[in-house]
Write a protein that binds this ligand. Structure first.
Ligand SMILES: Cc1ncc(COP(=O)(O)O)c(C=O)c1O
Length: 380
């Protein structure tokens, strides 16, 4: 191998290379079957995902965004209801709330885990004197679980539904169980870059309650089980058969891919220690494993954008998840949030930077990344 002078943000080709024969055979099998909507591959994938998570049901859907929307609809969220979530998430969490007709409200995050803070949830619930908040969506950001013990107990006290946004956290284990099995429902994304990614958009809902599972299944196909008979208004949110079939090839690899991500993360932790005055590596919550969908560092003293530029110039993939917290997005300007409303999320948005992590990343690539960061710190 020559000198390493670039690292991609992720490398799916490298990851899938050992499976290419099985993947191509699956394409061919589905092509020859001529069956492209639902069918046995979808049913089998749903069973296999349920087994993987240890839940009674999963329902394959079009995307993580639709998984969230379907979960909200299934628990009866209706126009005018408030749904509490983290301001520091991909905007899809909020879009789903709005598209269910509800109003997003926020509680600030924990600075160590970037996940919604139970103390802040408590304050938000105290201020909710008209009892408009009907559900909480904790987001397990970057692959680490939110503090579910406290969240579930607050939800129980206030009679709220809990929908886990586990879009970034398939396989993450909380003390209480695997994410997606802890709340009333869980929503997962299988967008191609996720730890388990399809070859296009896909997602699923996880649930332990049969009647909620039935409701999601009904909503997924225009509220219909008998063709052209519609019991409720739903939408078209089915996972594609081809995606389900391909995901069945990938799923058996997921645990080993997670382990590779965790090993790569430990290597970064070790090597980044020497830079700890300027760079903070990800903190681990005592109650959760971390599946490292992202390895996200904090860059202190206003240096984040400069480091990002330096990495890009050094041909190292890097991304900011997320540069603007949800409450300050233009799309929510009608809700009149302002800078300072959720200061911990706002600070995180100005400091976070995700560096390459993927199954198969080489130690030499990680060394090049850490050495490049070290070079940057010497001049800042
Ligand atoms: C936290 C979070 N929620 C929701 C979603 C939406 O998932 P999808 O892109 O599959 O619609 C994503 C995906 O990026 C996500 O990261």
């Amino acid at each position: 191998m020559g000198v390493i002078n670039h690292v991609p943000p992720l490398d799916l080709k490298r990851q899938y290379e050992p499976l290419s024969k099985q993947i191509l055979e699956t394409f061919e099998r589905i092509f020859n079957s001529g069956g492209f909507i639902l069918g046995p591959d979808v049913t089998s994938l749903e069973k296999e995902l349920a087994q993987f998570l240890g839940v009674s049901h999963t329902i394959g859907v079009t995307s993580g965004t639709d998984a969230l929307w379907l979960a909200l609809k299934a628990v009866g969220i209706k126009p005018g209801d408030h749904v509490l979530t983290s301001p520091f998430t991909f905007f899809a969490t909020v879009s789903a709330i709005c598209n269910a007709g509800a109003i997003p409200v926020f509680a600030d995050i924990d600075p160590d885990t970037f996940n919604i803070c139970p103390e802040k949830i408590k304050q938000a619930l105290k201020q909710d004197t008209n009892k408009k908040i009907k559900a909480i969506i904790p987001v397990h950001l970057y692959g680490q679980a939110a503090e579910m013990n406290a969240i579930l107990s607050l939800a129980e006290q206030h009679n709220l539904f809990v929908i886990e946004d586990a879009c970034q956290a398939i396989g993450t284990r909380h003390d209480k169980g695997v994410v997606g099995s802890l709340g009333h429902l869980g929503a997962f994304s299988m967008f191609p870059t996720k730890n388990l990614g399809a070859f296009g958009d896909a997602g699923f809902v996880s649930v332990n309650n049969s009647s909620l599972a039935e409701k999601v299944t009904l909503l997924r196909t225009h509220g219909s089980t008998v063709r052209y008979h519609h019991e409720i208004v739903g939408s078209n949110c089915r996972i594609d058969t081809i995606q389900a079939a391909l995901l069945r090839v990938l799923l058996p690899q997921l645990n080993s891919w997670i382990q590779l991500r965790q090993e790569a993360a430990s290597y970064y932790d070790e090597r980044l220690k020497e830079l700890s005055s300027k760079i903070e590596s990800p903190k681990r919550a005592p109650y959760s494993t971390h599946t490292f969908h992202q390895y996200t560092i904090r860059v202190h003293n206003g240096g984040r954008d400069s480091l990002s530029k330096f990495l890009t110039e050094s041909k190292i993939g890097n991304s900011i998840y997320y540069p603007i917290p949800c409450h300050l997005q233009k799309a929510l300007s009608h809700l009149n949030f302002k800078t300072g409303d959720f200061p911990i999320a706002e600070k995180a948005a100005s400091e976070v930077l995700s560096i390459p992590i993927f199954p198969g990343i080489l130690r030499q690539e990680q060394d090049y990344i850490v050495d490049t960061i070290a070079r940057w710190t010497r001049s800042h």
